[in-house]
Design a protein around this ligand. Structure first.
Ligand SMILES: Nc1nc2c(ncn2[C@@H]2O[C@H](COP(=O)(O)OP(=O)(O)OP(=O)(O)O)[C@@H](O)[C@H]2O)c(=O)[nH]1
Ligand SMILES: [Mg+2]
Length: 344
């Protein structure tokens, strides 16, 4: 039985289980899992900006400082009510702004896990939850004490001190959540339009092709791993229809466990998003590792693979369709082939 058939027959096959020495096979996933639902898209830009501990305390105590009352007792109770509302609303807003990470489509789940780690995010949100509960407990206790006749000024001062200490303890988590928005921004919001994922060795001209045919303008440079994350563009094909085209980081021919984080992003696109793969070979570079990578990809991802040569202006090899992003030669033929395969 072939390795691929072997993987498929293992119903409970999990990503981490060893199926062969070439770990690309570990991430084999049935095509039925590749479906995208637009309404389940994850958009990091919708995550709110998160205040630091100091800023949050300024906000809560600042708001409370504007609150008055006829007696010291009433003033203290009003201030505590304000701090309570500001903190509770703030924590709830931040916590609710995050999706249920476990219920996201697999692509986003794995991508977020790769880029930051879902457990790390959950830890930060749990810390906010903890701080929310603790601060409310402190405030409730202070209110009881004041109502029980204790000196309102002293009780308020003590409560402020304890609240500050709790919030300062989660400063790192607040900063992490703020940074998270920036980190996760690299994960694009994808649609469920017919999708071609462009793959190949580093430096073969993937980004140049995507830039030539689509709306996105990824960075292009003459060194490998120029593309470090995935870039999504769209090719207008008339009658309001589009093809989604994804530029991925270059892949080397090596097992998954040796792949770096940048390469793993490309693998996730191939695994979850591709309806078809455009595999670009640069015949001016060493062909053998590129052909080995192609075989790996054909074997492990159950979608049509279109194989083409890039940099047609630099060579005469024409046993495969060849295009040049510099002269434009062959570009239309490659697009035509993609449309045929995607049936659009
Ligand atoms: N002559 C010629 N050079 C090209 C062509 N396409 C790309 N290049 C050059 O090849 C180099 C790599 O191009 P990129 O488009 O960045 O390659 P890539 O596959 O996206 O590279 P990574 O993101 O690093 O994997 C750049 O110096 C490009 O200018 C082409 O059709 N002809
Ligand atoms: Mg690139």
């Amino acid at each position: 039985m072939s390795l691929k058939a072997d993987c498929r027959s293992t119903k409970s096959f999990s990503r981490r289980e060893v199926c062969s020495k070439h770990l690309v096979r570990h991430i084999y996933i049935h095509p039925s899992n590749r479906n995208f639902k637009v309404n389940a898209v994850f958009e990091a830009k919708k995550l709110p900006t998160v205040l630091t501990a100091e800023e949050l305390l300024d906000k809560a105590f600042g708001r409370a400082s504007k609150v008055g009352g006829r007696t010291p007792r009433e003033r203290a109770l009003n201030k505590l009510a304000t701090v309570s509302n500001v903190l509770r609303d703030y924590f709830n807003k931040i916590i609710k702004s995050h999706p249920s990470y476990d219920n996201l489509p697999e692509f986003y789940k794995e991508m977020i896990d790769l880029v930051v780690g879902i457990r790390r995010i959950k830890k930060a949100l749990a810390a906010l939850n903890w701080a929310n509960e603790m601060t409310q407990k402190i405030i409730n206790k202070a209110v009881r004490e004041i109502k029980g006749g204790k000196n309102p000024v002293l009780v308020l001062r003590s409560a402020y001190g304890r609240i500050s200490s709790i919030i300062e303890q989660i400063d790192g988590e607040l900063r992490f959540l703020n940074e998270l928005k920036r980190t996760l921004r690299e994960i694009p919001a994808l649609t469920d339009e017919p999708t071609v994922v462009v793959a190949g060795y580093p430096n073969v001209g993937k980004s140049s092709f995507v830039a030539k045919v689509s709306t996105v303008k990824p960075e292009i440079a003459s060194y490998p791993f120029t593309t470090k994350s995935i870039h999504v563009g769209y090719v207008e094909i008339g009658r309001g229809k589009r093809i989604q085209i994804i530029d991925t980081p270059g892949l080397l021919d090596r097992p998954l466990e040796k792949r770096n984080e940048i390469e793993r992003k490309a693998i996730l696109c191939l695994k979850h998003v591709a309806n078809c793969i455009l595999f670009i070979i640069d015949p001016t570079m060493d062909l053998e590792p590129q052909m080995k990578l192609l075989e790996e990809i054909k074997e492990n991802f159950d979608v049509p693979v279109i194989v083409v040569y890039s940099k047609a202006d630099l060579h005469d090899k024409r046993d495969l369709p060849a295009f040049s992003s510099v002269t434009g030669e062959g570009i239309d033929d490659v697009l035509k082939r993609i449309r045929e395969v995607l049936k659009v």
